[in-house]
Design a protein around this ligand. Structure first.
Ligand SMILES: [Zn+2]
Ligand SMILES: [Zn+2]
Length: 199
């Protein structure tokens, strides 16, 4: 099976489309325009010592953390690399700047979404709890509005008033709200939401 490598423009477009939809990641990550790309692509070239694992892979910046310490680069073989820039001169250490490789942009963005999904679910929980006041699990009496759940409690289902999308474990970036009444009535956790990967 041959794999077509997505073009740089495609990858940039995907970052622009996907990053704003990832809860919380949207506040710390941004896709890059041509100028940012040029600047951060050059920054990496300057920092890369000979023998660095990205040497020969023509890394091109496509997205960055707003602090611009972590930058995502598209590689010529279709993979992407997350590089922690040091903003210093290259050292003799070929492992520096430190680099994590991902098989594709999809893999990276999915991982980023999962990383932020838990935080987003708790933020959403406190938001709902703020509106409703204290809501307790009828089974274990944990205060869901306070972000609490009972260990092993089926009604809680490990999450309080919101959780990362249960279909894809949060890779789609969606947070689902608890169906409170259904959960209490049935004794099992019920959630309301849509997986964005399935639409
Ligand atoms: Zn419970
Ligand atoms: Zn999903």
């Amino acid at each position: 099976m041959t794999r077509t490598t997505p073009s740089l423009a495609d990858m940039r477009r995907q970052c622009r489309k996907t990053l704003p939809g990832i809860a919380w990641a949207a506040e710390s990550w941004t896709s890059l325009g041509w100028l940012g790309t040029r600047r951060l692509t050059r920054a990496l070239r300057r920092e890369m010592p000979p023998g660095h694992r990205l040497a020969g892979l023509d890394p091109q910046a496509i997205a960055a953390e707003l602090s611009q310490d972590s930058v995502l680069y598209a590689l010529s073989d279709g993979r992407v690399a997350l590089v922690h820039l040091t903003w210093a001169r290259p050292t003799d250490n070929p492992n520096w700047p430190s680099t994590s490789l991902y098989p594709s942009l999809d893999d990276f963005l999915g991982g980023l979404a999962v990383e932020y999904a838990g935080e987003a679910a708790f933020a959403r929980t406190f938001e709902i709890g703020g509106d409703l006041g204290d809501v307790y699990c009828a089974e274990c009496q944990s205060n869901w509005s306070d972000g609490k759940t009972g260990e092993g409690c089926v009604t809680c289902g490990d999450w309080p008033l919101a959780r990362p999308c249960p279909v894809c474990s949060g890779a789609c970036g969606e947070v689902w709200d608890r169906a409170i009444q259904d959960s209490q009535d049935s004794g099992e956790a019920h959630w309301i939401g849509t997986c964005r990967r399935q639409t």
